[in-house]
Design a protein around this ligand. Structure first.
Ligand SMILES: [Zn+2]
Ligand SMILES: [Zn+2]
Length: 180
């Protein structure tokens, strides 16, 4: 049987290692194939100079307008800092039970917090954000299990405490959604 496919669009110059890390985790966890594309559109108009951040709602709208048939989910990843008007920043955002999600690695880098650069840790955090947001697109809401990937995360420390796995309850819901 052919596996479903997820489309990932990278905006910004991500290292191949980072892209591969995300693809591998998404593919393994959701049992899908992944196609990666580089973003060809200028996202500078979604930049808010006063906040020095990108408007995540508008980036999500942009992604929705670029729908490509053949993919069960569309994900865009960014390097810029993301915000939505009601929050200071976000790691990512998704349409609940929809087809679209976005994520940024901006706040996942140790350097931002005055700590030693650790690219492997950044990639692990990034994968967690991506899998969490894609989880939302499959209809999963926040989970209270402390190690479940669907637990909500405000700080990188929260991400570090979670596993990159769904708890049994979330996994069961996910499997049911994927069968639909
Ligand atoms: Zn969430
Ligand atoms: Zn859970």
């Amino acid at each position: 049987m052919k596996r479903p496919k997820i489309k990932i669009v990278t905006c910004g110059r991500f290292e191949n290692k980072t892209k591969m890390h995300i693809c591998r985790d998404v593919s393994r966890i959701f049992q899908v194939d992944v196609d990666v594309f580089e973003c060809t559109i200028d996202v500078s108009k979604y930049y808010n100079p006063a906040r020095r951040q990108y408007n995540a709602d508008m980036l999500l709208e942009l992604l929705i307008s670029r729908y490509t048939p053949g993919y069960i989910k569309h994900l865009s990843v960014f390097q810029g800092d993301l915000f939505i008007p009601i929050l200071t920043y976000i790691f990512g955002q998704a349409v609940l039970e929809g087809d679209y999600a976005i994520a940024s690695n901006y706040r996942l880098r140790n350097e931002l917090y005055g700590l030693k650069r650790d690219d492997q840790l950044m990639r692990e955090r990034f994968s967690k954000v991506v899998v969490h947001e894609l989880g939302h697109t499959f209809g999963l809401k926040h989970c209270i299990n402390p190690v479940c990937i669907m637990r909500s995360s405000t700080y990188v420390e929260d991400l570090d405490q979670k596993e990159i796995e769904f708890c049994p309850a979330c996994r069961e819901k996910l499997d049911a959604m994927m069968k639909r």
